[in-house]
Design a protein around this ligand. Structure first.
Ligand SMILES: Cc1cc2nc3c(=O)[nH]c(=O)nc-3n(C[C@H](O)[C@H](O)[C@H](O)COP(=O)(O)OP(=O)(O)OC[C@H]3O[C@@H](n4cnc5c(N)ncnc54)[C@H](O)[C@@H]3O)c2cc1C
Length: 468
């Protein structure tokens, strides 16, 4: 029986990054993946394909609506969806082979098959062709990720009632698309299909979109997306979905009112559930919490010696970079080093246009926690770069501790927010203040100047403000 130091079950951004780090640290490592390709949800049906379609559809809107403002005349702009989808598939394939090459470089053995822990230190692998084998290991990391949540009255049929996985593969823009749930995934895929021609209606149970993000900026994002043609119904609880002859009717309640929505397809994007079915965790005594997430201590250890867990299958935000950083920290702990993840500095992003990014505390969270806080804000339209780009929407905002000036959170709504937020993440990681950020030289003309100006504005001393 082959023996390893670490066996990782699941090859998403949690598992495969943990495997790389384990290889770097000289641990004899194996990764077990039930799907044909490595990379998990993120690479195959999540982050990467969604961003490929978001980029392509954004280029289409630029060519159709924005190019002329720049003096660029493009005639006969139209979408070749088959080609767009082929490009997306090629992006995914390129990344798949990249992950496989990384496994080889780091001397990680990749097993194709379903992994089940049969006892602490033992993993059985059943391949898709039915062959079974068992491997031995000192340590096991469960990195089995998550799956889309299904609504009991709207079971996925893969054609008309779909999850994000199928909504990434439509070969025609559905004329009318209903999206249940206005979180990151719903807003991103709603945007893609709205840009590509669908009439998109977003139904959200809460009185706001983008839960977890800054409320003021989420409201501004909703305004932008509405201007782009998406329709939002908030405080709207879907209670039934019927499919008749390939047409959908959703029934919802809003206050005392009953509403009906008709569409050609419905995307259910109400969140994801941790997935550990069949991995054998409970059989060997690993404890789960009430949400079926694997319980761990602050060092990713489960209650069973030698078994660890990371990523979407444990508590915390379901994000690829959170899973990866946990994978690195977990392996470092296994190798006797001091692995650590700073959960106060994990950015979250919605890749719409404009993008919405946030890290640390929102203003609402600071208020709820009773923190004495101050806020600095700055509109992008007051920066030279946003004006020259004609991307005027958006605001940068920092939340600081009123006494110490330490930055507790930063929130950005802008076309390039996903890149701009990295600066704030670093400042938070180093325990920096708005004074530190405001005194840092930012290149001109850049969008990042708005982040500096927001920091200066904590003391009401932003420079480029007319009519203060
Ligand atoms: C449409 C969409 C867009 C997203 N966009 C973003 C984004 O832009 N940024 C971001 O940070 N996050 C994004 N996410 C979330 C992100 O994909 C997840 O947070 C991330 O993939 C979690 O990583 P993981 O390693 O924990 O699990 P996963 O990526 O889910 O990987 C788990 C792997 O384990 C395998 N597995 C499960 N059980 C077994 C078993 N018993 N044996 C063998 N293999 C097994 C699965 O097949 C899978 O490959 C998105 C998700 C979706 C659906």
């Amino acid at each position: 029986m082959e023996k390893f130091d670490v066996v990782i079950i699941g090859s998403g951004p949690g598992g495969y990054v943990a495997a790389i780090r384990a290889g770097q640290l000289g641990l004899k490592t194996a990764i077990v993946e039930k799907d044909k390709e490595l990379g998990g949800t993120c690479l195959n049906v999540g982050c990467i394909p969604s961003k490929a379609l978001l980029t392509s559809s954004d280029h289409f809107i630029f060519a159709k609506k924005e190019a002329q403002k720049h003096g660029i005349v493009i005639e006969g702009v139209h979408v070749d969806l088959a080609k767009m989808q082929q490009r997306k598939d090629k992006v995914v394939k390129t990344m798949n082979s990249g992950v496989r090459a990384l496994m080889k470089t780091n001397k990680v053995t990749a097993f194709e098959g379903f992994g089940t822990i049969t006892a602490p230190g033992k993993v059985s692998i059943k391949s898709s062709s039915g062959q079974a084998q068992e491997i031995e290991t000192k340590n096991i990391i469960i990195a089995t990720g998550s799956v889309p949540i299904e609504l009991p009255f709207a079971k996925f049929d893969g054609k008309t009632i779909v999850s994000s996985t199928e909504a990434l593969t439509f070969m025609e823009a559905p004329p009318r698309l209903l999206v249940i749930g206005a979180g990151a995934i719903g807003l991103e895929l709603g945007s893609v299909w709205s840009r590509l021609g669908s009439e998109v209606t977003m139904l959200e149970f809460l009185p706001r979109i983008a839960l977890g993000f800054d409320l003021e900026l989420s409201n501004l994002l909703q305004r932008s997306l509405t201007a782009q043609g998406m329709t939002f119904h908030l405080e709207t609880k879907v209670t039934a979905v019927k499919v008749d002859n390939g047409r959908v009717t959703a029934t919802a309640t809003k206050g005392n009112e009953e509403l009906k929505f008709e569409a050609d397809k419905v995307l259910v994007s109400v969140g994801r559930a941790p997935f550990s079915d069949g991995v054998g965790a409970e059989k060997v005594g690993v404890a789960l919490d009430d949400k079926k997430r694997i319980k761990i201590d602050n060092q990713f250890r489960t209650n069973v010696e030698g078994i660890y867990a990371i990523g979407d299958v444990i508590a915390g935000p379901m994000l690829a970079h959170k899973a990866s950083d946990e994978g690195i920290a977990c392996v470092e702990i296994i190798a006797g080093k001091a692995g650590h993840v700073n959960y106060d500095a994990i950015p979250g992003i919605i890749y719409t246009n404009p993008e919405l990014a946030g890290v640390g505390l929102t203003e609402e969270e600071a208020k709820e926690k009773g923190i004495d806080y101050r806020v600095g804000k700055f509109p992008f339209r007051a920066t030279g770069r946003a004006v020259s780009n004609e991307e005027l929407d958006g605001t940068a905002k920092v939340v600081v501790d009123a006494k110490t000036d330490r930055i507790l959170g930063a929130h950005i709504l802008q076309h390039a927010a996903s890149e701009l937020i990295a600066e704030a993440v670093s400042v938070i990681e180093f325990g920096g203040s708005s004074e530190d950020l405001g005194r840092t030289t930012h290149a001109h003309p850049t969008l990042s100047e708005a982040v500096k100006e927001a920091a200066l504005n904590v003391e009401k001393r932003a420079l480029h403000i007319i009519n203060r």
